[in-house]
Ligand binder design. Structure first.
Ligand SMILES: C[S@@+](CC[C@H](N)C(=O)[O-])C[C@H]1O[C@@H](n2cnc3c(N)ncnc32)[C@H](O)[C@@H]1O
Ligand SMILES: [Zn+2]
Length: 281
């Protein structure tokens, strides 16, 4: 889809039906073939093709998105956000186009957008979850936010300078398609002992995450930047918000969840690894 490039004055997105450029008309984005997509009142647009709208995995639900917002607004992951912004600034030329693929509720997207705005560029974010897109659009009023799958991005080929993927599904072929030659891809994954103290309460035998330096066709792996911080959550609500924004919320045995529910204080270590890939020229 979207094989032709869009001029900078149009939307970062292209038509999910025919691939033509989209331009804003009142409260809609429309292509020259007459396909129009209404902006929701929060400002996001649903660009999921009709046959994708009833997927068995529709992305994070409203409760999970709310838990993520509650936790992230506590500022505990600010060092990761700052590092991502610093890297974005470092690798970007003037007027970059940034795409946050799987942007969630927009905590990182909003800060990245500030960096991109300073450089005279534009930011877009996509997420499969309508609840996440709604929140991201509120957090990032100057970015374009769409409901869409990372596996079928409504974005023209070779139109993105910097693609971010933070703890979201990885679609390397699609990412290679939308990135400009020489563009950057920052891929954030958990480190070996990410949230180890939390996992040690939830599971009788917690496992470490595997740390890999994966090679993807069309990309060079330039660098892996670790980001690590420890912090103490001093109320049950914050501890539960952290738990409910992680995938452990689906796969924790009942007795593990009960052990965590008894805690009013928890010191946790967060370990991230930012993989810095560059699209081949
Ligand atoms: C762990 S969250 C990370 C969100 C955000 N990047 C952050 O770090 O706060 C994963 C996100 O991927 C979204 N997601 C799941 N499958 C997706 C897909 N196929 N395409 C786009 N987003 C998807 C979920 O809705 C969720 O918001
Ligand atoms: Zn169209």
């Amino acid at each position: 889809m979207c094989e032709q490039s869009t001029p900078l004055s149009g939307s970062v997105f292209c038509c999910p039906v025919c691939g033509a450029a989209l331009t804003r008309k009142d409260r809609s984005l429309c292509c020259t073939a007459g396909h129009c997509f209404d902006l929701a009142k929060e400002g996001y647009v649903n660009l999921l093709p009709a046959n994708y709208r009833h997927s068995a995995s529709p992305g994070d639900d409203r409760e999970m998105v709310a838990a993520r917002t509650r936790f992230l607004d506590g500022g505990w992951y600010a060092p990761l956000r700052e590092k991502l912004c610093a890297l974005a600034e470092q690798v970007s030329g003037p007027a970059p186009v940034l795409l946050d693929a799987g942007c969630g509720e927009g905590y990182y997207t909003a800060a990245l957008d500030e960096t991109v705005q300073r450089l005279g560029g534009r930011t877009a974010g996509v997420d499969l979850s309508k609840s996440a897109a709604r929140k991201a659009a509120k957090r990032c009023p100057s970015a374009e936010i769409a409901v869409s799958s990372v596996y079928r991005l409504p974005v023209p080929a070779a139109s993105v300078d910097l693609l971010i993927n933070c703890f979201s599904p990885l679609a390397t072929e699609e990412f290679a398609r939308v990135l400009k030659p020489g563009g950057y891809f920052l891929y954030v994954v958990p480190g070996a002992k990410h949230l180890w103290e939390l996992k040690s309460i939830l599971y009788d035998e917690p496992y470490e995450n595997e740390e890999k330096r994966e090679a993807y066709p069309g990309f060079h792996l330039m660098e892996v930047e670790p980001v690590e911080m420890s912090f103490t959550l001093r109320d049950a609500e914050s501890i539960q918000a952290l738990f409910h924004m992680t995938p452990y919320t689906w796969k924790t045995p009942k007795h593990g969840a009960e052990r965590l529910a008894e805690r009013n204080e928890l010191t946790v270590t967060a370990q991230f690894r930012i993989h810095e890939y560059r699209r081949e020229r």
